[in-house]
Ligand binder design. Structure first.
Ligand SMILES: Nc1ncnc2c1ncn2[C@@H]1O[C@H](COP(=O)(O)OP(=O)(O)OP(=O)(O)O)[C@@H](O)[C@H]1O
Ligand SMILES: [Mg+2]
Length: 512
């Protein structure tokens, strides 16, 4: 109305000045402030515009039931469809109890101004309207909140990625040492068969970690956490990593140590990982060989060195043998234990933040104590053979059987035999998958498998006991009589651990 009045009453040469004056007056008397966030800021893309668009998409999706017109988009690398504000539409929002209004304004671009890159034909922008008296109280916090929320949505909308360094040290066209594929592993904590108490403990630990930015800053600790998963093959170590990634919505970096030749290469790989990620070294005892630290101490060489395993190196050739004292002098041409430890908790480990390191092994007793000492791997998680609570989870996953669906007798029999059978969740899954069309048959077959495995274990144990007694008798006959009753300490430095025991040989509940 005002503009029409302006056009008819005011002469053209005075119109612009009048318009300016009118706008000033309007701003003075209006109780609102207006902020324009344009899509293109000069020639650059305005990050804030993208952030607002994403942030409003979450509000728009909830308004989808009431609004007639919304825009829909699906980003590159994403399987999620996002809602958005349609052109020249409005949306109300409330932040800290303060109402604000967003308007999406799209106007045709007047004339193509000179630019190094082609500009879109439309000028797009958001206008934020805030009450003047609320502005100092919320504006900055609100924009920070929007940026943070947008990052979170962006991450959730994008498929997570599984990275690998299987290309060796070579870089891609963007100078990146990691290759990636979309990560779509379906394992979750719900499907993971393990002791529910242990599971809850791990989940709350992960949650505390993800929410712990303030805690880590306050205590001066790098925002990272280390997990060591150990146990027999097929007990769910890799499945647990996938469940962790799905739970936290993190990317995974699967580090193939045999492809890394030097400590500096390892450091570069670390520097190229993003935050909110899980860095995994699987089967750490197989991918590298640990030289005996104590033995090397006297030799003058560096004592805490891993050597890439000859068997797993391409062509069976070890890049540099650190056990050779002549080569041992330089630490630049091979990967060492100290390099690996620096990787996990040295100064370099905190470039970036919110990262989880996970090592897995079938043989914890083969690992260097330096890797196991407290503070290095924050949590040692023992993945055990299938227990009674775990088998119930598998029955639910594979057969859809809840507690009430399985007869009391069958449950009792399962409980009686499961521990002695020492079957892994992978073994039990196989039996259940094969018979999944017929629940009764599946349970029958499972009991048969468990009983036969338990019987086999019993026999093996008895044979071992007989053998041990025979060995002891033989030793007693062979050894000269002990004088003075002083026993000498035997054995090496190795810490003896079996799957039922913790690192120190004490009874272990599976989590240290
Ligand atoms: N705890 C578990 N819960 C559910 N499924 C499991 C579990 N453990 C193993 N499985 C099943 O067995 C298969 C192999 O498990 P997974 O690869 O996680 O074992 P692993 O401990 O990593 O073995 P390895 O030590 O050989 O790497 C998985 O595909 C999964 O279906
Ligand atoms: Mg595995």
């Amino acid at each position: 109305f005002c503009q029409t009045l302006l056009h008819t009453v005011i002469p053209p040469e005075l119109r612009f000045a009048f318009l300016k004056l009118f706008q000033r007056l309007f701003t003075c008397f209006s109780s609102y402030c207006y902020y324009e966030i344009t899509e293109i800021d000069g020639v650059n893309t305005n990050e804030l515009y993208n952030a607002v668009q994403l942030y409003l998409s979450s509000s728009a999706s909830s308004a989808a039931t009431t609004s007639n017109r919304l825009s829909l988009t699906r980003g590159l690398n994403s399987s999620v469809i996002t809602f958005g504000l349609a052109n020249n539409d409005r949306l109300s929002d409330v932040f800290n109890g303060v109402p604000v209004v967003w308007e999406h304004i799209v106007t045709p671009r007047q004339s193509q101004t000179f630019s190094w890159r082609p500009l879109p034909e439309e000028k797009r922008g958001f206008t934020l309207r805030i009450n003047k008296r609320d502005k100092p109280r919320i504006l900055e916090d609100y924009l920070d909140f929007i940026t943070e929320k947008a990052n979170e949505i962006r991450r959730k909308n994008q498929d997570r990625l599984l990275y690998t360094n299987s290309r060796g040290g070579s870089l891609d066209s963007r100078g990146h040492p990691w290759e990636s594929v979309p990560f779509k592993h379906p394992s979750t904590f719900e499907t993971l068969a393990m002791d529910p108490v242990k599971k809850k403990l791990i989940m709350s630990d992960l949650k505390d970690f993800a929410d712990g930015q303030a805690f880590y800053r306050r205590t001066g600790r790098a925002w990272k956490r280390g997990y060591l998963l150990y146990g027999p093959p097929g007990t769910g170590k890799s499945s647990m990593i996938a469940a962790m990634a799905n739970f936290l919505v993190y990317d995974i970096y699967d580090l193939e140590l045999t492809e890394v030749n030097t400590n500096s290469e390892l450091r570069k790989l670390l520097m190229k990982t993003s935050s909110k990620s899980i860095i995994v070294i699987e089967d750490i005892d197989c991918s590298i060989t640990l030289t005996n630290r104590k033995k090397n101490n006297g030799a003058g060489g560096r004592n805490n060195d891993f050597v890439p395993d000859v068997r797993s190196s391409p062509g069976g050739v070890t890049p540099v043998d650190l056990r050779d004292p002549e080569i041992n002098g330089s630490n630049n041409n091979s990967i060492t234990l100290s390099g690996l430890l620096n990787f996990t908790d040295g100064l370099w480990s905190c470039c970036g933040s919110e990262r989880i390191f996970v090592f897995t092994t079938n043989h914890i007793e083969k690992l260097d104590p330096a890797l196991l000492r407290s503070g290095r791997m924050d949590m040692h998680v023992f993945m055990s053979y299938c227990s009674f609570p775990s088998v119930k989870i598998l029955l639910k996953n594979y057969l859809g059987c809840d507690d009430g669906d399985v007869g009391e007798g069958v449950l009792e029999e399962l409980a009686a035999v499961i521990d002695e059978a020492e079957m892994t969740p992978a073994d039990i899954s196989e039996v259940l998958i094969k018979n999944r069309r017929d629940n009764e048959r599946a349970l029958r077959e499972l009991l048969v498998a468990l009983r036969s495995r338990a019987e086999k274990n019993r026999r093996l144990r008895m044979e071992a006991e007989v053998e041990e007694v025979a060995e002891e008798e033989k030793r007693a006959l062979d050894s000269p009589k002990e004088v003075g009753g002083v026993a000498t300490g035997g054995g090496g430095d190795d810490v003896e651990v079996n799957y039922k025991k913790g690192v120190d040989g004490e009874e272990d509940n599976g989590i240290n």
